[in-house]
Design a protein around this ligand. Sequence first.
Ligand code: ADP
Ligand code: MG
Length: 181
Amino acid sequence: MNATGQGATIWLTGLPSAGKTTIARALATRLTGEGHRVEVLDGDEIREFLSAGLGFSRADRHTNVQRIGFVAQLLAAHGVKALVPVIAPYADSREAVRKRHQAAGTAYVEVHVATPVEICSERDVKGLYAKQAAGELSGLTGVDDPYEIPADPDLRIAAHEQTVEDSAAALHALLRDRGLL
Ligand SMILES: Nc1ncnc2c1ncn2[C@@H]1O[C@H](COP(=O)(O)OP(=O)(O)O)[C@@H](O)[C@H]1O
Ligand SMILES: [Mg+2]
């Protein structure tokens, strides 16, 4: 079956520096090359615009995830593969996004990028772990703010135990299995 026009939201949840953005972009490149329409809704970029004014309280994190989920569903409903590398620390927020997709009959896949905090804090792409350790920042997900590990994701990848290409390939295989490619 050619499902080039089949939309779906693929949410990559995980700790800061887990590899969400890197894996999403690798998958995006591959899918685009195969002729799919792809959009990456990256948490950091979206916070500058769609989620401007929101902070990092539980309520604001929830609102952030709902807004991104809303846009992703609209895109997915129109045939786009919406890749969403966004922390989404709370299970109820993620569940609400899944329900919104289900209610609309739009495909939704949750991927846990399960790099452990020890490795994430060594990578520290944005220097957040160092700032938290130095007392310059508080409320860092997975350190002094909650990260609720997905209990039953569609896919959990030990992203630190394989290459970026391996992780992208695992997601690609999942999408193919689900009839989304
Ligand atoms: N196996 C791997 N999988 C994913 N990222 C990796 C891996 N090994 C090293 N990295 C690096 O880890 C960093 C992850 O950063 P990023 O993708 O921005 O994380 P996040 O979006 O989850 O905060 C990148 O610099 C990436 O190159
Ligand atoms: Mg990122």
